[in-house]
Design a protein around this ligand. Structure first.
Ligand code: UDP
Length: 242
């Protein structure tokens, strides 16, 4: 419920405030809105394939979709200068595992010499991008009038399986940890549905302002590990609603 309220009413409040003061707004949206679409390359116009709105994961995707519709309507009807960024697994230093985020979780486990918990069979894939590549892109978007009223994918260029990610983390950090496959039910409770794949087509952002995320996976892993200020803290297990 809190997630729904924050995402829907919170976004509406921010849109109204931006309109009041004439601000430019960047709406941080998410690749989650594409849901179960496992296309080789998701463009901004790709279809959304969502499960039941009574399932928490799809509730989040539905709420973010409504946020986007609100933002678009404010642009169309009031001329609010708002652009929509669809973020794909943005990761980096000081990110916590509070929302179940896999990179800080697994890096924390590797640093502590604990088994790396890979959920399901580990064959699900993601495209990770580095926060240091994404934040400047958000600023560039806000500066481009051609971006207003539109959505832009901002994601990493390389697809990696979660098992492959775990292996890379062990290798890059020289960890002694093993890798353990944990059934979804044990990790998230009954009824959890994971996304199998999520690959961005970044062409629109590339054409608008030359978006080309440069930081590779090994560099990302090293940056997250280097800034793990409290190794006991990062990577707390469990996934809260967002
Ligand atoms: N995951 C995992 N171990 C963890 C945390 C997550 O295997 O300790 C998996 C999760 O099931 C998903 C992927 O890693 O398949 C990415 O999860 P995350 O929560 O980082 O992002 P999202 O699911 O939103 O893409």
């Amino acid at each position: 419920l809190q997630g729904l309220r924050t995402n829907i009413h919170g976004t509406e409040n921010v849109l109204d405030a931006a309109l009041d003061v004439g601000a430019v707004m960047v709406l941080a949206s998410t690749s989650e809105i594409y849901g179960k679409n496992t296309a080789d390359s998701l463009s901004e116009d790709s279809d959304r394939i969502l499960g039941s709105p009574l399932t928490a994961r799809w509730t989040y995707a539905a709420a973010k979709g409504i946020d986007e519709a609100f933002a678009h309507a404010y642009w169309c009807e009031f001329g609010l200068r708002v652009c929509i960024a669809r973020l794909f697994n943005t990761v980096g230093p000081r990110q916590t595992g509070r929302y179940g985020m896999v990179v800080p979780n697994l890096v924390g486990q590797a640093l502590r010499g604990e088994p790396l918990t890979v959920f399901g069979d580990g064959r699900q894939t993601r495209c990770f991008s580095y926060v240091g590549d994404i934040v400047p892109a958000l600023v560039r978007l806000a500066e481009k009038p051609a971006a207003y009223g539109q959505a832009f994918n901002l994601g990493g260029p390389r697809e990696v399986s979660i098992l492959g990610l775990a292996e890379r983390i062990v290798e890059v950090l020289g960890s002694t940890s093993s890798i353990e496959l944990v059934p979804y039910e044990q990790a998230y409770g009954a009824g959890f549905e994971d996304m199998q794949r999520r690959v961005p087509d970044n062409t629109r952002a590339e054409q608008l302002f030359g978006f080309r995320p440069a930081t590779g996976l090994d560099e990302i892993i090293l940056a997250v590990a280097a800034r793990a200020e409290d190794k006991a803290e990062i990577g707390a297990a469990g996934k809260e609603s967002r």
